[in-house]
Design a protein around this ligand. Structure first.
Ligand code: AMP
Ligand code: ZN
Length: 457
């Protein structure tokens, strides 16, 4: 089977054909570094990481770009997010950006997410020139106008505006989240450049239109074109980016250069918490630190994300995370008892790949892995196949396969007592003994004919 994705651009599943195989250009909208990224954000980055790994599994060379938004993005109430962060922390905007970039990179590493290295991890503030250049092209082509507070993109002049998100201009006007600026021609028009008086708190730049800073959407269009060319292959982000950020990126890039920005647009669905939207006012916005503080391995969250296909909503509860943590522990325990063989089980690996080729169906790929974990193949083949699978899953099995340590005698004694209880069908006692073993940091794996293995959790 060939690789296929759901392409938001045409709202259908499509076979993937890159422009310049074996290279694939991939642009993934990155974090705004004014606060810690939360677990919802990290679902996006886990999904994009799996996408990159699946492309690599298929033999493509992935050229991936991720931007760091450190200027220009406004909160729903119109306040500048970087300034909000600076006020909250009592630091300069640059200090805040560095602090949260470092935190983002640390959390991504804990989740085994591959993040591109600079220059492909690129900051908006380091690409002001390219953003000004794009606005100049738009100006020359008649897509811009000026108001007292900035230079705007006139969405009515771009006839395809709204078609990406399937909304008509009039509907969008009605639903536009930022209050209409008196001088704006259409509610959906967005700032390309904002004027700002010199002040010590802000980072500002000179431009042909006056001192100020770029609007948020410009950075992605400008940096994607610089590093990947236009058009490039795949552009990703969360579903909330479809109606505004990505609609605007497409409008300005296509209006400026007359060719599409990207051929495939992939969007992940949201993480809900207790079936509600994550929000500061509900106090249900969790970070990777919050999970770790409750004793969870961050990789349990990665595993939790993989349990759902990226286009379905997932509901985060502590209980569901606990279930994922147990599942991950079991996978790790089996990995420890296997050895680093060289022969993979080709049939199983093929099924696993087919699931992922089908619009990254990670739950189906995990189901293939679970069937395989229970199968009776040699520990060599088990280890080799699990390691191959983990190139995509990223569950850290590389450090685990073949690392079996012998359990202390008293633990082995407990495991043997549990086996005796099981044979006598005293399941309550067998269960209690298993729990005791687990509390001491070990997992019992049952084999055939009453055999058992103890594995450090
Ligand atoms: P932002 O920093 O707001 O641009 O968000 C970074 C990424 O996280 C974007 O791709 C968003 O679409 C995504 N995102 C934000 N909130 C959630 C959520 N609750 N669940 C899944 N993805 C989210
Ligand atoms: Zn973007």
């Amino acid at each position: 089977m060939s690789l296929r994705f759901y392409n938001t651009l045409h709202r259908q599943l499509e076979d993937f054909t890159p422009l310049h195989a074996p290279e694939v250009g991939l642009y993934t909208c990155g974090p705004t570094v004014y606060w810690s990224a939360h677990i919802g954000n990290f679902r996006s980055y886990v999904f994009e990481d799996v996408l990159q790994r699946v492309l690599e599994m298929e033999g493509f060379l992935v050229k991936r770009v991720m931007n760091i938004t450190d200027v220009g993005e406004l909160a729903d109430n119109g306040e500048d997010k970087m300034l909000l962060g600076a006020k909250r922390e009592g630091k300069t905007v640059q200090e805040v950006a560095q602090m949260y970039l470092d935190r983002f990179l640390r959390d991504a590493e804990r989740l085994n997410i591959k993040i591109p290295k600079p220059p492909f991890l690129c900051k908006a503030t380091e690409h002001i020139f390219q953003q000004i250049e794009l606005i100049q092209v738009l100006e020359q082509r008649g897509f811009t106008y000026q108001t007292d507070d900035g230079v705007y993109f006139d969405t009515a002049k771009f006839s395809a505006y709204g078609s990406f998100s399937g909304q008509k201009l009039e509907d969008k006007e009605a639903g536009a989240r930022v209050a209409i600026n008196d001088q704006k021609r259409n509610a959906t028009d967005f700032a390309l450049w904002k004027f700002a008086p010199l002040d010590a708190e802000r980072q500002l730049w000179e431009s042909p239109w006056g001192t100020g800073f770029p609007g948020w959407h410009v950075e992605c269009s400008a940096m994607a074109r610089l590093y990947l060319g236009q058009p490039f292959d795949i552009h990703c982000g969360g579903v909330d980016h479809i109606p505004v950020h990505h609609e605007n990126e497409i409008a300005q890039s296509e209006a400026a250069y007359g060719v599409p920005l990207a051929n495939y647009w992939l969007h992940n669905e949201f993480v809900l918490v207790d079936d509600k939207k994550m929000s500061k006012s509900l106090g249900n916005v969790y970070t990777i630190d919050d999970l770790a503080a409750r004793g969870f391995d961050p990789l349990a969250y990665r595993y939790f994300c993989l349990n759902a296909q990226y286009r379905s909503k997932i509901n985060f509860t502590w209980q569901a995370l606990e279930g994922a943590a147990q599942g991950l522990k079991h996978v790790q325990a089996v990995a420890r008892t296997s050895t680093r063989g060289t022969h993979t089980d080709q049939d199983v690996y093929e099924k696993f790949c087919q699931a992922l080729e089908d619009d990254l169906n990670t739950p189906r790929a995990l189901a293939v892995m679970w069937d395989f974990l229970k199968s009776d193949v040699s520990s060599d083949v088990k280890g080799a196949t699990l390691l191959k699978m983990d190139e995509v899953l990223g569950l850290g099995l590389d450090a685990i396969v073949g690392r079996l340590i012998e359990a202390p005698a008293e633990l082995r004694q407990l495991a043997q007592e549990r086996q005796v209880a099981r044979e006598a069908k005293d399941f309550a006692r067998a269960d209690a003994l298993r729990k005791e073993i687990e509390q001491r940091g070990w997992t019992v794996l049952d084999g055939s004919d009453g055999a058992w293995t103890l594995v450090a959790s």
